[in-house]
Write a protein that binds this ligand. Structure first.
Ligand code: SF4
Ligand code: SF4
Length: 362
């Protein structure tokens, strides 16, 4: 993990003051907050007061939707005779702060950056990335679905974070990881004090591993090796037997980023080009107009999602497209658990390795 460039302390009253100061100055503050629904669910949403912020529960939606909205207009078009006028939508937005991001959600952002700046720079994505300062909170909320440590991350990791808060004494140790994070501290000096209670922050960190011990031996490299050699294998349809193809897993995932672009006609001669999030678990996702579907059954669709995350993306972008957040497993009505899937595929590879004689034996 990279080292912080600066340390500060912020107590809970100062944090509340910071939220109100930011909101009062026109900065959108996004934080885990109660939805005020019947089930009392918590999700990332815009807040204006600390009273709405819930820092002791995991938000159930993905942070990605604040960077890749479920739907967004890209341009408007209008036809006059043979001429077509295109009016791009300005992707720039005002400043925003994400407060209390889970480290696994913050870590998803630089992973997705890689594809968004690949063959084409996605300006709406990077406009939102540039406008947003991410303050993550070291996480003691792991459950059996979580496996961030199994994919090389950590519940107190700072990947994707400009500032990381670690509980300490009456507030939080503030670790600064970027110029953007330092700029936020410099802009609001009244809310940040000198670092203190660092031994308490250390003790908090030391206690985080126990809840993730089930992920210690996970071997995503072995899962990748198996995937690369088994495009056609009975394990895929077996895995998909209970899958409904509902797409919930991809919808809540912080790193699933597929989208579709459509032109929505508005009357006869004009319309709007929109991009909409789309999910590879839907049968329609790859259905061709002529009726052929290269991923014609759910086994092929699950293979695509798992392969993309653990073999294709690592091959192309040198990063696993999964932060081990466990959200897909919690959301799946069929009980398909991503940690168990990776563990199982890695186990299949381990079986092959055991059966294969080593070079020295030949
Ligand atoms: S959430 Fe579960 S049932 Fe729905 S598509 Fe994903 S794996 Fe299948
Ligand atoms: S695949 Fe599942 S565990 Fe991995 S980042 Fe997506 S939602 Fe989280």
């Amino acid at each position: 993990m990279s080292e912080p460039s600066n340390l500060k302390h912020i107590d809970r009253a100062q944090l509340a003051g910071l939220v109100e100061a930011l909101a009062g100055a026109g900065t959108a503050v996004i934080a885990p907050a109660l939805r005020h629904d019947a089930r009392g669910t918590v999700g990332y949403r815009t807040v204006t007061t600390m009273a709405d912020v819930v820092l002791d529960k995991r938000p159930d939606n993905a942070l990605k939707s604040f960077f890749l909205p479920p739907t967004e207009p890209l341009l408007h078009y209008e036809r006059q005779g043979k001429d077509v006028t295109l009016t791009p939508v300005d992707p720039s937005i005002g400043p925003r702060v994400v407060l209390g991001a889970l480290p696994c959600d913050a870590a998803g952002l630089p992973i997705v950056d890689r594809v968004m700046d690949w063959d084409y720079r996605d300006e709406p994505w990077f406009g939102r990335r540039d406008a947003t300062t991410v303050i993550a909170l070291a996480c003691d909320k792991a459950d059996s679905a979580c496996f961030c440590t199994g994919v090389g991350l950590a519940p107190d990791g700072a990947s994707g974070s400009d500032l990381l808060l670690v509980p300490a004494g009456d507030g939080f140790l503030v670790e600064v990881y970027s110029d953007k994070g330092q700029a936020l501290v410099d802009l609001h000096p009244a809310f940040f004090g000198e670092p203190r209670d660092q031994e308490q922050a250390q003790a908090f960190r030391a206690g985080l591993g126990a809840a993730l011990s089930h992920a210690d031996g996970l071997d995503p490299a072995a899962a990748r090796a198996w995937i690369e050699g088994h495009f056609i294998d009975p394990a895929w349809p077996a895995l998909a037997l209970s899958c409904h193809g509902c797409g919930a897993c991809a919808m809540v995932c912080p790193t699933c980023h597929c989208f579709d672009i459509v032109d929505e006609q508005e009357g006869v001669a004009k319309g709007t080009r929109r991009r909409n999030q789309d999910y590879c678990q839907y049968g329609l996702f790859t259905l061709h107009g002529a009726g052929h579907n290269p991923r014609g059954d759910q086994g092929a669709r699950i293979r695509q999602r798992v392969s993309h995350k653990f073999a294709i993306y690592p091959d192309r972008f040198d990063a696993i497209l999964c932060t081990g957040c466990g959200r897909c497993s919690r959301a799946c009505a069929a009980g398909i658990d991503m940690f168990e899937v990776v563990e199982r595929l890695a186990g299949l590879q381990a079986d092959i390795d055991e059966e294969t004689p080593t070079g020295g034996d030949l």
